[in-house]
Design a protein around this ligand. Structure first.
Ligand SMILES: Nc1ncnc2c1ncn2[C@@H]1O[C@H](COP(=O)(O)OP(=O)(O)OP(=O)(O)O)[C@@H](O)[C@H]1O
Ligand SMILES: [Mg+2]
Length: 323
């Protein structure tokens, strides 16, 4: 809390720029005049294609990378000038293999990090046990991390991110490598973190995950903020532009599908294989019905791709997508 009683934003980014030197060429602008605000207790999604600048942003916020220009603050503290005071406020989960001690057990890893955060031995043990339970690793607490699967390591990363009791969590693709059940449990965990008043900045490629979890979603591409939206907008786009895939579809049937209301286009994806794109909520249903009634059995539905959702989001504002 500040002196005025108004809590500072958990994360506040203004005009952030980050250039990387590129051998024999002009610098690469990974972040370009980027703005972002995350309120305390908010779960904020950061959605964007590969190379959009998401990890670069997370690294600047976590004080391991310096911005080229602009400012970034965590609970009112500047990540460059006040880096030392910022670090204890943060829980960071970058995932992958790095940062885990493979030969140590899960519990030993957590106790080690608890000690780094200044917890005493007893408190460290208590926190380690509690967090391992929380991420579903209780039964494997005393096994070496090198025996863990990818998803289990990812869970341990999550526990590690929570060990310092952070007010702000930076989660960079936290569910990569998790099975659907683990990903579901992860959602419950994020709900708990929100209920505890922690802010979460969550990077993901998974639009359904973003829609289910986030209070707001920022779309980033080419280092720029494209739009910041209520996730319901995302949900609407996902259902409005649902796709139907089918194979064993004769040409005449494909033509009939194309004429159905709400069908945007029918693309041939192989001999007799089609991808039907819709642009109206519920339009996939008559497509499915028509296919099934015509005796087609190989039919499935899928949400639109991230690229498509982008096109629709940006198209709405008449902006051009970067190549
Ligand atoms: N150390 C570096 N040196 C040069 N270029 C870099 C460096 N780190 C990142 N970049 C570039 O910055 C851009 C943004 O990368 P970043 O890792 O932030 O993307 P991202 O949104 O996290 O992508 P992904 O979804 O693949 O994780 C990319 O063009 C990347 O190649
Ligand atoms: Mg990344």
């Amino acid at each position: 809390m500040s002196i005025t009683g108004i809590e500072a934003p958990a994360v506040e980014v203004r005009g952030l720029v980050r250039d990387f030197a590129v051998k024999g060429g002009p610098p690469r602008r990974a972040l370009d005049d980027f703005d972002l605000a995350v309120a305390p207790g908010e779960v904020h999604g950061l959605l964007g294609p590969n190379g959009a600048g998401k990890t670069t942003l997370c690294k600047i916020l976590s004080t391991v990378l310096l911005p080229t220009a602009g400012t970034a603050r965590v609970q009112g503290l500047d990540v460059v000038a006040d880096a030392k005071r910022v670090r204890p406020l943060l829980g960071i989960v970058f995932g992958g293999e790095r940062g885990l001690y493979a030969r140590m057990t899960a519990a030993q890893n957590l106790r080690f990090w608890a000690a780094l955060y200044g917890h005493g031995r007893r408190e460290g043990r208590r926190r380690a046990a509690e967090l391992l339970e929380r991420v579903g690793l209780g039964p494997r607490a005393d096994e070496a991390v090198e025996t863990f699967s990818r998803g289990m390591k990812q869970r341990l990363h999550l526990a590690r991110g929570l060990v310092g009791d952070p007010r702000v969590l930076l989660l960079d693709e936290p569910t990569v490598g998790m099975d659907p059940v683990s990903a579901h449990e992860f959602r419950d965990l994020v709900e708990d973190l929100r209920a505890e008043g922690r802010a979460v900045l969550l990077t993901t490629h998974d639009m359904a995950e973003a829609e289910a979890l986030c209070d707001r979603v920022s779309f980033i591409d080419g280092g720029r903020l494209l739009r910041c939206e209520d996730p319901r907008v995302l949900g609407e786009l996902l259902s409005r532009h649902e796709r139907v895939r089918a194979s064993g579809v004769p040409e005449a049937l494909a033509a009939r599908l194309a004429a159905l209301p709400g069908v945007e286009r029918v693309r041939a994806t192989g001999p007799g294989a089609v991808l039907v794109e819709t642009d109206r909520g519920g339009a996939a249903l008559p497509v499915l019905r028509t296919l099934v009634e015509a005796g087609v059995t190989d039919v499935s539905t899928a949400p639109p791709s991230l690229e498509e959702v982008y096109l629709h989001l940006i198209g709405d504002r008449g902006m051009a997508v970067r190549p």
